[in-house]
Design a protein around this ligand. Structure first.
Ligand SMILES: Nc1ncnc2c1ncn2[C@@H]1O[C@H](COP(=O)(O)OP(=O)(O)OP(=O)(O)O)[C@@H](O)[C@H]1O
Length: 563
């Protein structure tokens, strides 16, 4: 899927012939059966500048991966790699280096023998996306690996799926970083100073698919932020059917094709790339792009975000990469927190016909369904009753306040009493949203929802569990009106635990506010409701901001248009 930019994988043919080459130094000799003390077994893979063999030590019988390279290769990466390995020894997911040297025409590195790369696991799965659990595990582990490498003063500079491999049993749940051929120290070994930035455009080092926009498209000097941006693109790629758009035509063969690829990569925004994905991915990519050249990334924050996302989705032991992914015990429950794309398993073609036939014969009974005009009569009658009930005055003795559409000027109510009333009102709203049969009814409910939140009392502007309940029902109705699930508690609980800087919320909510008038379908609105709930959920105090209320207004208006 991805190749280092100089690549055109070169094939060395394996042979028992140990004699040196008579030919020019441009032509590598045949690979011998033994290099130093290592007997070469099968070829595990070949990269741009060399090959990897499974190899056995002639005396100790230790088995390793032997990375060999012709000494006169134009890109002699082993020569650099052997100096980087010692800096990385001892870290989780960092291969051990057992021996290295040059024998005859061959420069070799003996490292831990590891398992399959993420690239080959993903390809062999035959699915058009990877499951969210696996991607969360990958995110947690890869960010942690980069944290370690950066802590040791080393940049990877070639993050890609082929360079992330799993261990062999018993380490098969650990992801290892390999291929430090393009790696570089970014801290001076004597002074500890960060390498300087430069205005000069430099030659590109990295890979076409995931190298950052700054490095790939603008010729900037790579730093820590670029390793993280590449990782973010890799995670998004795994969750995107058929992958990131610029990866779909294969490796560019001409300069023109390469220019087109760079233009496409440059113009892709985090929002555009992550539509329908859990908000964490978009925010992570945006975060990596905001980092300054020398800035120390907040790795822990992002590891925690991906871990919490996985917990919210009900995945256990997510720090471990388990492949193939464990089958969920229960079918996943869809809530406002459920990503739309990532949780939708790819359906094989032959199963699709059965599913469509099943849908044709589906008996929906009398259950009102948005958009299904044949079974709404009963629901319309109920809606009319609801509307009548809404406009009727509420008995004074009842412990609630009157909220009707746009009633922002309600008289102040003592806080404790209002909190109780608010919960009651929100539960009522959720109940009515559940029975809503068209977008106009939902639009009215959204306005009422905003009105309940906006009553002149600062405590009421926060999203309580009941408020999340309303958003959950709304999301369900917009996303898939034929099924209803009860709102889950964990969205509220996790909101209490998590604190995010407010600026993160503002960015997303402002975008939602700007985009809602252009939403093309109820599904698109459902995604926005989900994003709104999540970002408010994960922000300090769960406060609904001005942008948040503007978003709700826009949502109500859009629902009226999309009837
Ligand atoms: N330690 C290892 N254990 C098992 N297989 C490995 C190991 N290291 C590498 N491989 C396999 O060999 C392939 C090439 O390895 P690597 O990326 O280190 O070589 P390279 O010549 O630098 O390649 P590239 O041209 O992709 O940069 C990997 O994708 C992987 O499949």
């Amino acid at each position: 899927m991805s190749e280092p930019v100089q690549s055109n994988a070169e094939d060395f043919s394996s042979s028992e012939d140990e004699s040196g080459s008579e030919e020019s130094i441009d032509t590598p000799p045949s690979i011998p059966a033994v290099i130093a003390n290592w007997y070469l077994n099968e070829n595990l893979g070949s990269g741009y500048s060399g090959s990897i063999f499974k190899a056995t030590h002639l005396h100790t019988r230790q088995t390793v991966a032997l990375k060999i390279q012709y000494v006169h290769h134009e890109c002699p990466t082993n020569r650099y790699e052997r100096h980087l390995y010692p800096l990385l020894q001892g870290g989780v997911g960092m291969p051990n280096l057992y021996a290295s040297g040059v024998q005859g025409a061959w420069d070799y590195l003996a490292i831990d023998l590891l398992g399959s790369s993420l690239d080959s696991l993903y390809r062999r799965s035959g699915k058009d996306t990877m499951d969210l659990r696996s991607v969360c595990s990958i995110a947690i582990q890869v960010i942690t690996r980069l944290q370690f490498m950066h802590h040791r003063g080393v940049l990877h500079r070639d993050i890609q799926l082929g360079n992330c491999v799993i261990g062999l049993p018993p380490n098969e749940k650990t992801i290892y970083m390999i291929d430090f051929g393009f790696s570089k120290r970014y801290l001076d070994q004597y002074t500890g100073r960060h390498i300087p930035d430069s205005k000069l455009k430099r030659d590109f080092i990295g890979n076409y698919w995931f190298s950052s926009v700054n490095v790939h498209c603008r010729g900037k000097v790579p730093s820590r932020r670029d390793d993280l941006e590449a990782a973010a693109l890799m995670f998004i790629h795994l969750l995107t059917p058929r992958g990131l758009s610029w990866t779909r035509n294969g490796v560019p063969k001409t300069d023109d094709a390469h220019h087109r690829l760079k233009a496409e990569k440059r113009k892709a925004t985090p929002e555009g790339l992550c539509r329908g994905l859990p908000i964490e991915f978009e925010e992570f990519l945006a975060y990596t792009r905001r980092l300054a050249f020398k800035e120390n990334p907040d790795y822990d924050q992002w590891v925690n975000r991906f871990r919490d996302l996985a917990l919210d989705e009900g995945f256990a032991n997510v720090d471990q990469f388990i492949w193939p992914p464990p089958v969920p015990v229960k079918p996943p429950i869809k809530t406002i927190n459920t990503p739309l794309r990532a949780r939708t398993p790819a359906v094989p073609r032959d199963e699709m016909a059965d599913i469509l036939n099943g849908l044709t014969n589906l008996d929906l009974c009398a259950k009102p369904v948005l958009g299904d005009r044949t079974n709404v009569q009963e629901a319309v009658r109920k809606a009319r009753e609801d509307a009548k009930r809404d406009s009727a005055p509420i008995p004074a003795a009842r412990e609630t306040i009157v909220i009707s559409s746009g009633s922002e000027n309600s008289s102040p109510v003592p806080a404790a009493r209002f909190q109780r009333s608010k919960a009651f009102l929100l539960n009522q709203l959720a109940e009515r949203a559940r029975g809503a049969t068209d977008n106009a009814a939902l639009a009215r409910l959204v306005r009422e929802f905003a009105a309940v939140l906006q009553v002149n009392n600062s405590r009421t502007r926060t999203l309580t569990r009941e408020a999340f309940g309303v958003l959950d029902v709304l999301y369900k109705q917009l996303d898939d009106p034929s099924v209803f699930v009860k709102p889950t508690r964990y969205s509220f609980n996790s909101a209490v635990q998590e604190k995010e800087p407010p600026h993160i919320k503002l960015g997303v909510v402002a975008r939602l506010r700007a985009e809602v008038p252009r939403a093309q379908s109820n599904k698109a609105l459902a995604t926005m409701v989900s994003d709104f709930a999540k970002v408010t959920n994960k922000s300090t105090g769960r406060t609904v901001t001005k942008d948040g209320f503007a978003f709700l207004d826009g949502l109500a208006e859009r629902l009226m248009v999309l009837q």
